[in-house]
Design a protein around this ligand. Structure first.
Ligand code: SF4
Length: 212
């Protein structure tokens, strides 16, 4: 069983596109080149065609660049006094007009973020045509994946896909567990068992049907 959330379906000049919102640390030609390999979006398109009978022409990506801004913590009184003493030592007049840097408020940070996201380069829109040959490849790959999964489940052996441990510029949520070689104490203290696709369960059951 596969489950997912499609961000939207849009109609452009009578043709239908899957809408996909993404965030990226940076958008360059390598990033855009890789979009056509998006396995998940091909599944969505295939599913929508099959179950809703909507012919999919392509994918409309809205890619938001992650702002590398951080809320300023300001400085403590001790840090300020140390900085001031340094400035005074360098000052020819023996005076300094330095003021303590206060922490940035949530509102100030929000304003800075809003200003940043108003920059045109923070959002990139890319439209890709969907080749229906991809559906054949998708079906065949899904079959292979299910067979590999069933085989692993039958034998109780799941290989570690270590090439993905830091795939999103951060450790995978299971990194501590894999590194500990399945230490039961770690499992008990840091992990809990939840039903699959829990994030999709919060959707209201009476979510409106899409309209076109
Ligand atoms: S840390 Fe994550 S990506 Fe790496 S082997 Fe474990 S489950 Fe796979």
């Amino acid at each position: 069983m596969l489950a997912g959330n499609v961000d939207g379906i849009v109609r452009i000049r009578g043709e239908f596109f899957i809408l996909e919102h993404k965030t990226a640390a940076q958008i360059d030609s390598d990033y855009l080149e890789k979009l056509w390999t998006d396995f998940q979006i091909t599944i969505y398109a295939h599913y929508i065609e099959q179950t809703m009978g909507i012919p999919m022409t392509g994918i409309l990506y809205n890619v938001l660049v992650k702002a590398k801004l951080q809320q300023s913590k300001g400085e403590t009184e001790e840090e300020f006094q140390a900085r001031r003493a340094e400035l005074l030592a360098k000052s020819k007049t023996g005076k300094s007009s330095a003021k303590r840097r206060m922490p940035e408020t949530d509102q100030e940070f929000q304003e800075r973020l809003t200003e940043k996201y108003a920059e045109p380069l923070m959002l990139h829109r890319e439209m890709l045509d969907l080749s229906h040959d991809r559906f054949d490849i998708l079906r065949s790959e899904l079959w292979e994946l299910t067979q590999a999964f069933l085989d692993a489940r039958r034998r109780g052996v799941f290989y570690q896909n270590t090439a993905f441990c830091f795939n999103y510029q951060r450790p995978c949520p299971y990194f501590a567990l894999c590194r500990s070689n399945g230490n039961p104490n770690l499992i008990e203290n840091f992990y809990q068992r939840v039903a699959p696709n829990e994030e999709l369960r919060v959707l209201p059951a009476d979510a409106p049907e899409p309209t076109f």
